[in-house]
Ligand binder design. Structure first.
Ligand code: ASP
Length: 344
C-alpha cells in the first residue's frame, strides 16, 4: 500500500452508524466521530483519512436521486485530492446506489467503495469494523505502477469485493448480505486481500473523469406472476407516469403467452414506452429467442436486459433517459455494456 495514500470517507447513514434510541427502541444514526472511535484499527494504516458527513444522515430506505447527485458532485469536487473514496451507506438500497453511481461517474480511475453493516458498529459482534477496515485497505491499494487496484464503483461486504452494478442484497439478516451472481468477485479478503485482476474494469481511454448527473426516473416495474390481472398489466404498462417499464420476466425472459398480455405490451410499445426485459432469476441471462413466450415479447419491441440486475437496469434507464430524449437511442444503448453491468 502506498504510504501516502489519502482517502475520503463519506458517511451517508445506515445501520453501521446507528444506535438504539432508548425511548423509541428504534435504531437512529449517530455522528461520524463515534464511528472512528469504534475503529481504532484505522489508525494503524499509514493513510490520510478525511471524512464528509451528509446532513441529515439517513436510513438508506429514504435514498432519493438527489443523494446520488450530491454524492457524484462531492466525488467530482474532491476527485484530485484523494486516492480513493469509501462510502458508508445503509445496506437496504446500497445495490441501487452503487449501480447508479457506476453510471454517473465516467472515466473513473479511483476506487469508490460502498460499505455498511448488518449490526451497528458499537455492537460487540458487529460486522461493521471488518467491512470498513477492508474497504479502506482496498480503496487505498495501488499496483506496481501506482495505479488504483480497483478503479471501479464497488461494494465491499463480508470479505467480498463485488462490482457495484452487479450486486443484489441477498440476505436481510446474515453478514454475507450481498452477492453478484452473474460476475465473479473483484477481490476476496482473507489473510491477504486477493485481487481478481482479469475481472477488474479499467478505463480504456485517457479521457478526463466527469460526472453525468441528469436523471430521468420515470420508470415502472412490472413483475409478472401467475394470476396477474389484465387491469394490473394495463395500469403498469400503459400508465401515463412512466417513460420506460422494466418487465421482470420468468427464467430466460419469458412472460405470459396469452394474446391479452402480448396485446397490451404491443400497445405500450406503440405508445412509445421503452420496454426492457429483465429476468426474475438472480443468475442467468435473458434470451428471448429460446421460447415462444420470450419471442412474443421480442416481436413487439421489448429490449433484452441480458444478465443485468433489476437495480442496475433501473439506474441504467435513469441515466440513459436523463442523457437523451431520444427513445431509440436509449433502447440501443440499453442493450450495450456501458460500465461492466452486462456480459457480452
Ligand atoms: N435500514 C438500514 C439502511 O439501509 C439497513 C442497513 O443499513 O443495513 O439504512
Amino acid at each position: 500500500m502506498n504510504a501516502k495514500a489519502s482517502l475520503l470517507l463519506i458517511y451517508t447513514g445506515g445501520t453501521i452508524g446507528m444506535k438504539k434510541d432508548p425511548t423509541e427502541q428504534t435504531l437512529k444514526p449517530f455522528d461520524f466521530n463515534q464511528i472512528m472511535e469504534e475503529v481504532p484499527e484505522l489508525k494503524k494504516f499509514a493513510l490520510k483519512i478525511d471524512s464528509y458527513t451528509f446532513t441529515p444522515l439517513i436510513d438508506s430506505s429514504d435514498v432519493e436521486p438527489a443523494l446520488w447527485q450530491d454524492l457524484a458532485r462531492l466525488i467530482e469536487s474532491r476527485y484530485n485530492d484523494y486516492d480513493g473514496f469509501v462510502v458508508l451507506h445503509g445496506t437496504d438500497t446500497m445495490a441501487y446506489s452503487a449501480s447508479m453511481l457506476s453510471f454517473m461517474l465516467h472515466n473513473l480511475r479511483k476506487p469508490v467503495v460502498f460499505t455498511g453493516s448488518q449490526l451497528p458498529i458499537g455492537e460487540p459482534r458487529t460486522d461493521g469494523k471488518e467491512n470498513l477496515v477492508s474497504s479502506v485497505e482496498i480503496a487505498a491499494a495501488k499496483d506496481r505502477n501506482g495505479n488504483a487496484m480497483v478503479p471501479e464503483v464497488c461494494i465491499c461486504f463480508h470479505s467480498l469485493l463485488l462490482r457495484g452494478n452487479r450486486c443484489i442484497k441477498t440476505d436481510a439478516t446474515g453478514f454475507e448480505a450481498f452477492a453478484s451472481p452473474n460476475y465473479p468477485p473483484l477481490a476476496t479478503a482473507g489473510i491477504d486481500i486477493v485481487y481478481n485482476t482479469p475481472y477488474i474494469r479499467r478505463p480504456e481511454c485517457d479521457k478526463p473523469f466527469e460526472i453525468h448527473t441528469k436523471l430521468d426516473t420515470r420508470v415502472a416495474i412490472l413483475r409478472v406472476h401467475p394470476g396477474i390481472t389484465e387491469q394490473v398489466v394495463k395500469d403498469t404498462l400503459l400508465g401515463d407516469g412512466s417513460r420506460a417499464v422494466i418487465i421482470e420476466s420468468y427464467g430466460s425472459g419469458n412472460a405470459i403467452s396469452k394474446a391479452w398480455f402480448t396485446d397490451i405490451v404491443a400497445q405500450a410499445d406503440r405508445r412509445g414506452k421503452i420496454l426492457v426485459n429483465v429476468t426474475q432469476c438472480n443468475k442467468g441471462v435473458v434470451n428471448m429467442n429460446l421460447y415462444a413466450t420470450g419471442m412474443a415479447l421480442k416481436k413487439v419491441g421489448v429490449v433484452s436486459g441480458k444478465d443485468i440486475t433489476v437495480e442496475s437496469a433501473l439506474s441504467k434507464l435513469f441515466h440513459l433517459m436523463g442523457e437523451s430524449p431520444n427513445d431509440a437511442w436509449v433502447k440501443a444503448r440499453f442493450e450495450q455494456d456501458l460500465m461492466g453491468e452486462i456480459s457480452e
